[in-house]
Write a protein that binds this ligand. Sequence first.
Ligand code: PLP
Length: 401
Amino acid sequence: MASVNEDFLNLENDYLFSIITNKKNEFEKNNPDKKVISLGIGDVSLPLVPVVIDAMKKATDEMAKKETFRGYGVVQGYEFLIEKILEVEYKKRGVELNKDEVFIASGSKGDLAGVAEIFSKSNRVALMDPVYPAYRDVNIMLGRNDIVYLKGTEENGFIPEIPKEHVDIIYLCSPNNPTGTVLTKEQLEFWVKYAKENNAVIFFDSVYEVFIDDENIPHSIYEIEGAKEVAVEFRSFSKLAGFTGVRCSFVVIPKELKLYTKSGEKVELNSLFKRRQSVKYGAAPYITQRAAEAVYSDEGQKEIRENIKYYKENAKFIKQELEKLGFIVYGGEHSPYIWLKTKNNMKSWDFFDKLLNEAGVVGTPGVGFGSAGEGFFRLTAFSSKEDTKEAINRIRNIFKK
Ligand code: PLP
């Protein structure tokens, strides 16, 4: 008898975004002439930049010729891309890493899940509340149910509160999804020190770092002294360069980072992850990695930053207009996410229904990210300028009354 891995049965019935999509589809079915605008799901809307397209075409041509065709790739990723990452993302910020500490893959989602597999089931996990739901679901799927939630509230500026009990794994996300807030150097220093003192490991998710505009806010946790011993860093080309459909990411696992066996021996996470990748992952496609490499050319940097500027202008516009309507708004500055407080203690899902039914605008209910998100609502800056303007006009019409 084929039996099920019952850890999967501990997952909540439906993923947040499926519920949203179902509600949106239902509304569209009942209102066929109303165009729904989505400021909900965090997917990009601008196409790939020309430098990336050229690189993909060139790589495709290489694949078409016997002399330059590539088969199975290198599990860790091609050196041409790893070298560019080390130079542009790290060296320029004063961070020295070795080539074998960077792993290229096909999206941070998979990387977050893959690294989590290497930790013992018995580890206690600390997640911020509100939180990007995949962190929780991955741990539940792995049978790691000892999860504590660190509340991020208006009062503490949406930074995770300090755990009351010992924790082994701490997820930090900066710029944060969903709250759009960022962790300062001092806050990161605190967490690195905390992790060291508690033999804990930080999963640092900075897939939105390209949105940071302030020189004093770290883009990488390795800008903090000692972080290499306690932190894994997750980065993605998804939001950096619009690769949500192309799929490319990298994860940094410094050699200094050690986990413990039951008998107290130290083992290198890096080599275990490499082993894991060689069994479970076939390497990111050559064409994709050439495309990612192009992001780091001077022209590539210029072009992707134009797109980021476009989204940032949307974010600024949304934030500013909502504030004019009297909303309290967080995020939207170093992030594509706008985290607004509903008025009159309205529940997140009621606010969702109001926006959908009265304005035909879709956002994401804050409570979907955890109980501390109740009464909040997330909008994203990833839509087109026109749709963003139209959505805000419609929201204005409801709330100016
Ligand atoms: N981490 C956070 C906080 C995200 O919001 C997302 C995607 O929205 C991811 C990771 C996954 O990104 P990727 O497209 O690289 O899988």
